[in-house]
Design a protein around this ligand. Structure first.
Ligand code: CTP
Length: 420
């Protein structure tokens, strides 16, 4: 995935989570060409029901006005330290109300002030009076970012527990090339959600298979399915938000933003997915198998290039051979401490009708937890942003979940995995 494009607009798998509603973030915006992107960030968080207060540094107020952020619903929007009519204790408010503080873009000046503990401007004073999680997303000229003074300030802040969203490499506004561009909005959006999440999966290594696979029947065409990968991506991101170290084995064509801390292994065919997942499995504590793996692959016609019409003017038959079952194979040779979450895509009249099949498939696949959904019901299954699920575990516990966002299903499945 490109981390340098200024036009990156991929959705994140958590865009419809309801889990963060009514949480409170404080956003500090510093003077930088990138400060216009703070408006986008604000809207991303607000869509989840997060309440955002905001401080514009003196530099930021040269680029944008408080009115922009007030109009978008940030409240309150703070400016300078001694503005008339302002609460004399405004510098303490984020420390009293916000669950996390984010500085994006964070200028070299702000990093220096925060590292030294200055309190002579509003943002620095608010940061000093804030003892919750602090997320910093720097943006500056590449030579400034590389300067030992900036490096030392970043090290000081990291040693104190701040979370850094690394600037990315590319062309900067001044025309220089190098590392210093503000990270993609999605990366900062998700870093803040991580700061708001319990770290109850810390220390767990989690592998997720997701998306479709493609099985070629000639050199250029394939057999596949419409899986978007959203359910698996939501699980991967939820596990990462909650502190897990996550590896994602991704089928082709997934148009979703995954944070760069998730180790991504891109594959095309069922065979490639099997081999990537097998390589990773022994190092994992949990396996989450959401991929819509093709159960069969066409036996390709003889030639490797494009199969020509003229070869079969009357049509032709394709032979299919079975693929390995990745989940069943890896669950079958797991250690006792490895947990396995399976999925089942079924056609049934309703979710309740899935329960007997879910219990049977859980046992057959040797999983600890299985979540089944009806792919023939509207709003559930391939390509939708929601799922209604029948969930069963190996102890016989079962649940029927009404339609909810895949982000919320993912959050609850992670909680269930931790309980068993
Ligand atoms: N799965 C897998 N490898 C395969 C097929 C399926 O890892 N070759 C995993 C899926 O990721 C999912 C689970 O097995 O977690 C169930 O997939 P599903 O398609 O519902 O079941 P199948 O075993 O393919 O059985 P059937 O299609 O006959 O219902």
């Amino acid at each position: 995935m490109s981390m340098t494009s200024g036009f990156e607009s991929l959705a994140t798998p958590l865009d419809s989570s309801s889990h963060f509603a009514r949480q409170r973030l404080h956003l500090g915006v510093c003077g930088s060409v990138a400060c216009y992107r703070a408006a986008d960030l604000l809207r991303h968080w607000q869509r989840l029901g997060i309440q955002v207060s905001l401080t514009l540094s003196a530099g930021a107020r040269q680029f944008v006005t408080p009115l922009l952020f007030e109009s978008l619903g940030a409240a309150p929007v703070y400016g300078g330290m001694f503005e008339p009519g302002q609460n004399p204790f405004a510098h303490l408010e984020p420390g009293q109300t916000a669950h996390a503080m984010v500085v994006a873009p964070a200028s070299a000046d702000a990093l220096a002030r925060l590292a030294r503990g200055f309190a002579s401007d509003m943002l620095s004073a608010q940061a000093l009076a804030f003892d919750g999680p602090l997320v910093l997303a720097p943006a500056m000229n590449p030579r400034m970012w590389a300067h030992p003074a900036v490096r030392a300030n970043v090290d000081t802040l990291l040693a104190r527990g701040a979370h850094l969203v690394m600037p990315v490499t590319g062309g900067t506004a001044c025309g220089d090339e190098g590392q210093g561009r503000l990270a993609p909005v999605q990366e900062i959006f998700l870093a803040a959600l991580k700061a708001l999440s319990p770290q109850d999966m810390a220390g767990r290594r989690v592998m997720v298979t997701l998306g479709p696979t493609r099985e070629n029947w000639d050199g250029v065409r394939f057999w596949s399915n419409p899986s978007s990968g959203l359910m698996g991506a939501a699980l991967a991101v939820c596990a990462w938000l909650r502190g897990a170290e996550v590896s994602a084995v991704c089928g082709p064509g997934i148009r979703l933003y995954l944070p760069c801390a998730i180790k991504r292994h891109d594959v095309i065919s069922a065979q490639e997915m099997f081999s990537a997942a097998s390589d990773l499995w022994s190092a994992m504590d949990m396996g989450i198998f959401t991929a819509a793996v093709a159960d069969f692959s066409p036996e390709p016609p003889a030639q490797e290039g494009k199969f020509k019409k003229t070869v079969a003017p009357e049509g032709f038959n394709l032979q299919f051979r079975p693929n390995a079952d990745i989940l069943q194979s890896l669950a079958g040779k797991r250690r006792a401490d490895q947990k396995v979450l399976a999925f089942a895509a079924e056609t049934a009249p309703n979710t309740a009708a899935l329960l007997p099949m879910a219990h049977a498939k859980l046992a057959r696949k040797k999983a600890d937890l299985l979540a089944a959904n009806c792919v023939n019901v509207q709003g559930s299954g391939f390509g939708s942003s929601t799922n209604a699920m029948a969930v069963v575990d190996a102890s016989g516990t079962e649940a029927l979940w009404p339609l909810k966002s895949k982000a919320d299903v993912a959050w609850e499945l992670c909680s269930w995995l931790l309980r068993i």
